[in-house]
Design a protein around this ligand. Structure first.
Ligand code: TMP
Length: 244
């Protein structure tokens, strides 16, 4: 692959991805691993094609969002497991959007999983592994110096726009977007962009007809058929986007 030629030293290794420098100071390579973790890495494993599927799904979604006017860090797919992206400073906040009750919110609030939220719920978490990425509020984020109140308003707006676009896209693929997490970054020229990945690792996706879970909950909850679920999401998205 000609693009592998530009890959240089490893800059960072996370739980599911590795970031490499390139000859261009403003561009980095993201490598998607097959490793999976859950519950702040207390549960570990890996499954077939995870890296390839998350790379491919993220590429499809980011290309789609770019077309809809959402600025992202994405530049181009390099190969099955790698993509070239703009180097950004990741804002250490996870923006979680919930359209349906599920996961940690169901537990925290004693609600039944699967109920549609009357109002969209936005949670923010402080990205800090040592603390287990705790849920925080806007005042905490400002206190920690992660963002100003004005910046938070812009970031919630950005998140809401992405939610609207993703709900529609997944709906066309026969999937309910129950909830998802995104990460935002700042480029060297101070632009706020969507960074990281959007994949079945970072979304809860339920089949519209059967309610079947087609996301990382299959791994978290030992439901089996994890790799098949990721392939299914990829196939459905590909079909929808090819027809556009
Ligand atoms: P939660 O129910 O565990 O709070 O997760 C909400 C959504 O955020 C779900 O779609 C999975 C995603 N998520 C991540 O992408 N990374 C994480 O570390 C966590 C905890 C959740």
């Amino acid at each position: 692959m000609q693009f592998n030629m530009i890959k240089k030293e490893q800059l960072y290794e996370g739980k599911a991805k590795i970031i490499y420098a390139t000859e261009q100071p403003e561009e980095v390579v993201v490598y998607f691993k097959d490793d999976a973790t859950a519950f702040n890495a207390q549960k570990r494993g890996s499954f077939a094609d995870k890296g390839e599927m998350n790379n491919a799904i993220t590429v499809l979604i980011y290309e789609y969002l770019e077309k809809q006017g959402i600025p992202t860090h994405f530049i181009q797919k390099l190969n099955e497991r790698e993509q070239l992206v703009r180097k950004v400073e990741i804002i250490p906040i996870e923006f979680v959007t919930r359209n349906y009750v599920a996961g940690s919110m169901a537990q925290r609030l004693g609600l039944e999983e699967g109920i549609k939220c009357e109002n969209t719920v936005y949670d923010i978490c402080y990205k800090k592994d040592e603390l287990g990425d705790p849920l925080i509020n806007d005042d905490h984020a400002v206190l920690l110096g992660l963002a100003t109140y004005e910046e938070l308003i812009d970031m919630y707006d950005f998140t809401a726009t992405i939610n609207d676009l993703l709900i529609e896209l997944f709906d066309e693929a026969g999937l309910i977007l129950a909830d998802f997490k995104i990460e935002l970054g700042i480029t060297s020229d101070n632009e706020l962009v969507l960074a990281d990945e959007i994949s079945p690792d970072t979304c809860r996706l339920w089949d519209k007809e059967t309610g079947e879970k087609l996301d990382k909950d299959r791994f978290r909850r030992d439901l089996g058929g994890v790799s098949e679920a990721y392939h299914e999401v990829h196939n459905r998205l590909k079909k929808v986007l090819e027809s556009k």
